[in-house]
Design a protein around this ligand. Structure first.
Ligand SMILES: C[S@@+](CC[C@H](N)C(=O)[O-])C[C@H]1O[C@@H](n2cnc3c(N)ncnc32)[C@H](O)[C@@H]1O
Length: 221
């Protein structure tokens, strides 16, 4: 696609074409696009971009909304003002005893905030699900045998169940449980070999074990 075609497709104001070309140079330099010569540059040409075309670089396809393994929800979450604000408080956080920059910025933990703010709850769960879908496509391709012979698994902090759903589908005899905070699993329906349990592992699990389970850990029996 040439610069003009891109400008037309994006309804860019004519006065901003030069800025669009500069933006494309940054995006090429960052690996999102590749540049190619549409027509040979004429002798004496300024090289200002008239003869250039752009094509999406292969990794950037993961940012297309309709790609099956898109991680756009993850990117949008990371760029949401709620999650950007803590970066403006890192300095303050380093000199305080607050556990996270998020708590400095918002005055409560991330999980507490998500439990009271539906928009954050949804976009964060969607972000985690898109990331998990990409990861599981690789796990199932190269390492699915780690699940062979298991009777049951619990995905602690398993979000809306993308990981467990993938495993449950491939292994119909494996009982899968997703354990997560009540506001995350509320309203989700399981299947024959998949169930959701809402709770707080700091309350439901003895403290020593909770430490071990703190981050996305799978228990297998
Ligand atoms: C990084 S996310 C992992 C998401 C998940 N692996 C997925 O594929 O969607 C961490 C998860 O831990 C959950 N979590 C955080 N604190 C928790 C707690 N005290 N008890 C249970 N789950 C908790 C969050 O709600 C979130 O879904």
């Amino acid at each position: 696609m040439t610069l003009d075609e891109l400008a037309n497709a994006l309804s860019i104001n004519k006065s901003k074409i030069t800025h669009l070309r500069r933006l494309m140079r940054i995006l090429i330099h960052s690996g999102f696009f590749l540049k190619f010569a549409m027509i040979p540059l004429e002798e004496g040409s300024s090289g200002s971009g008239e003869g250039e075309g752009y094509v999406l670089a292969p990794p950037a396809r993961l940012l297309l909304k309709d790609e099956p393994l898109t991680v756009t929800p993850f990117l949008l979450a990371m760029l949401d003002p709620i999650l950007v604000k803590p970066w403006h408080h890192v300095n303050e956080w380093f000199s305080s005893d607050e556990p996270t920059p998020f708590e400095v910025a918002h005055g409560r933990t991330f999980w507490d905030y998500a439990g009271h703010e539906q928009r954050l709850n949804h976009f964060f769960n969607d972000a985690m699900a898109s990331d998990a879908k990409l990861v599981m496509s690789v796990v199932m391709k190269y390492s699915k045998d780690v699940f062979e012979g298991l009777n049951s698994i619990v995905d602690v902090g398993g979000g809306t169940g993308t990981v467990a759903k993938t495993i449950a589908k491939k292994f119909p005899n494996l009982q899968c449980t997703v354990f997560d905070l009540p506001h995350v699993v509320e309203g989700l329906e399981g299947s024959d070999n998949l169930s959701y349990v809402g709770g707080d592992f700091f309350v439901s699990v003895p403290p020593a074990d909770a430490l071990l389970l703190k981050t996305h850990l799978m228990l297998a029996t």
